[in-house]
Design a protein around this ligand. Structure first.
Ligand code: C2E
Ligand code: CA
Ligand code: CA
Length: 555
């Protein structure tokens, strides 16, 4: 930044200007203007080097009051202090000037040394203000907010509780991009205003802007409900003023356990809580709880260990047989991954798959499972048997992996097996993420000879559209989805309709999660093709599967 060392003297009286200029010339460069209008022209050109404006009140064209009124509107002059030069004591004028945003006064009759000091003070203060106040929103910036919060927490009594809130707008970048940066700035200012009003009404607490659309607050409370309702109120008033487009706020609340903790660390905790509502329009407030902390620790451990686990072959592929309903005999299986830690504990995929889907590791793990399955099929073929197909899961993340199609095709080529042995399960909800990508991928995989199963049919909201748009071979319906909520009777009717529909669309149906005899009987009556479920068999190690199908595995 350029050094600001110039003072703009605004006075219609040439002699006055000269007198003041003489006093300040030793320390500053001087610019002059005869009235407010001319002053704005100078400001527009020279604003970067002006450190202070000295303003006379009574002037022709645009007087001091009119100047101050106009000056306030200009964001870029906010840090250039205006000091008003007065002829004599006129408290009325002084009050009006203060109201209009003047920083200080100097009587023109002051001793030169006093005038120099007042000028220097105002400039120093403006520098401090530049550091403390966020220029866009005029509330505290991060540094000052941290300091105020630190002081508040240090002052707090033993029994006082505080909640720290991380507050921002969901997908703010999208709003910025679609509504324009000016609207983005307006929204940020609106947020600041609503937060300020909200906390003023609440009567206590600190707040500030951290960066971009991220604000933070620290609030004393008795019941956490008070904090929640304050946030709701702030959120509501932000939305009221942006009714012409949709937005959702996101608040992460960290009830501070230890008030001596570093504020930046406290902020991190609230940001983690906020992460729980990101990407979820239904949830716009989340609290940092013990359970969340534990879950994060578990996740972190999984992430720390995953690479070594893959290398050391701690991931094991289990096989859950599928039973042909007509014959009541096993035909093929689904490959399901397990994680066996060196200490012998078995981690269920429900715990690690979501973590790997978040960090992308699932791409490696899926490939690993596919390869194991290909190896098994190869060994069967080598033994002179014609194995039933094994289905593998393809995570939705793979659909965004540019090398997915190539890698799966290369894999079957590497093991010299026909793609007819490797069935691919794509979960239904992946289709609603991006129907077009899915459609293309399915087309391509079909072209390469793969069979595609739609997994978890009925769990999402788009099932029927997907059936219309995408060419799929097999529907897997999960019995769990139909017993959850609603009556069993209704669930049964829906399953019946789904099976009929699949039949007319020439699709095979696999019922999954079948645990009871009466379910088997019912499905059999309806003409369902395959059953996969605990009733017949749980997922099992490869050796057990080989025994079941009368093959001898070599792994
Ligand atoms: P999924 O693909 O829907 O797999 C079926 C899940 O239902 C398996 O759970 C299976 O053990 C379970 N199951 C089968 N029959 C029954 C039954 O009768 N009753 C009950 N209660 N459950 C039954 P699992 O093995 O824990 O896998 C959970 C999920 O993890 C899978 O759901 C799949 O989404 C994912 N997953 C497993 N292995 C892989 C993998 O290699 N890659 C990917 N991307 N995901 C995998
Ligand atoms: Ca599956
Ligand atoms: Ca399933």
């Amino acid at each position: 930044m350029k050094r600001r060392n110039t003072i703009l003297i605004i006075d219609d009286n040439k002699l006055n200007r000269a007198t003041i200029a003489d006093i300040l010339r030793d320390s500053y460069q001087i610019l002059e203007a005869e009235d407010g209008k001319q002053a704005f022209r100078v400001l527009a050109k020279e604003r970067d080097r002006i450190a202070l404006v000295l303003l006379d009140i009574v002037m022709p064209v645009m007087d001091g009051f009119a100047f101050l009124k106009e000056y306030k509107k200009w964001e870029e002059y906010r840090y250039i202090p205006v000091v008003v030069t007065t002829l004599n004591d006129n408290q009325d004028n002084e009050r009006r000037c203060l109201e209009l945003g003047a920083w200080d006064f100097v009587p023109k009759s002051d001793h030169p040394e006093v005038m120099r000091m007042r000028v220097r003070n105002a400039i120093d203060k403006s520098k401090v203000r530049l550091l403390e106040i966020d220029p866009l929103t005029e509330i505290y910036g991060q540094q000052k907010f941290f300091q105020m919060t630190r002081e508040m927490l240090d002052r707090a009594g033993e029994d006082e509780q505080f909640a720290f809130v991380h507050f921002d707008i969901e997908r703010f970048k999208v709003i910025n991009a679609t509504q324009g940066p000016q609207e983005g700035n307006r929204l940020i200012c609106r947020m600041a205003e609503c937060i300020r009003e909200g906390i003023e009404g609440y009567g206590k607490g600190t707040y500030g802007r951290i960066n971009g659309d991220v604000f933070a607050m620290c609030l004393p409370y008795q019941e956490l409900g008070e904090v929640r309702s304050l946030i709701k109120q702030i959120s509501r008033s932000i939305k009221e003023h942006t009714a012409h487009y949709y937005l959702e706020t996101c608040a992460g609340i960290y009830p501070i356990e230890d008030t001596t903790m570093d504020i930046s660390l406290i902020l991190d905790h609230s940001a983690i809580a906020a992460g729980q509502c990101k990407g979820n329009y239904m949830v716009n407030m989340a609290v940092y709880t013990k359970e969340l902390k534990e879950r994060l620790l578990v996740e972190q451990r999984i992430i720390n260990e995953m690479d070594a686990a893959l290398e050391q072959e701690q991931f094991i592929v289990y096989f859950q047989p599928k039973y042909e309903l007509q014959q009541m005999s096993p035909y093929g299986a689904e490959a399901l991954v397990r994680w066996k830690r060196p200490d012998g504990t078995l981690v269920s995929p429900g715990d690690f798959i979501p973590v790997f889907e978040k960090n992308g590791f699932i791409i490696k793990l899926d490939y690993y499972v596919w390869e194991r399955v290909c190896r098994f099929i190869r060994s069967e073929l080598d033994a002179g048997r014609d194995p039933a197909p094994i289905s593998v899961n393809v995570s939705r993340v793979n659909l965004y992996n540019p090398r997915f199609l190539e890698s799966i095709i290369n894999l079957v080529e590497k093991y010299k097996i026909s793609p007819k042995y490797l069935h691919l399960e794509l979960t239904e909800s992946a289709f609603s993420d991006n129907a077009v990508i899915m459609q293309k991928a399915v087309q391509y995989l079909h072209g390469a000879g793969f069979t595609i199963l739609m997994d978890d049919f009925g769990s999402g909201y788009s099932s029927l559209n997907v059936l219309k748009d995408v060419d799929l071979d097999v529907l897997k319906i999960d019995m769990k989805f139909f017993s959850k909520g609603g009556t069993e009777e209704k669930g049964a009717k829906i399953i019946e309709a789904v099976i009929k529909m699949a039949e007319s669309l020439d699709m095979t149906v696999i019922a999954e999660g079948v645990e009871e005899k009466h379910q088997v009987d019912f499905l059999s009556e309806l003409g369902c093709d395959y059953i996969q479920g605990y009733y017949f068999a749980k997922p099992m190690p490869l050796l057990d599967y080989c025994r079941l199908i009368g093959a001898v595995g070599d792994e």
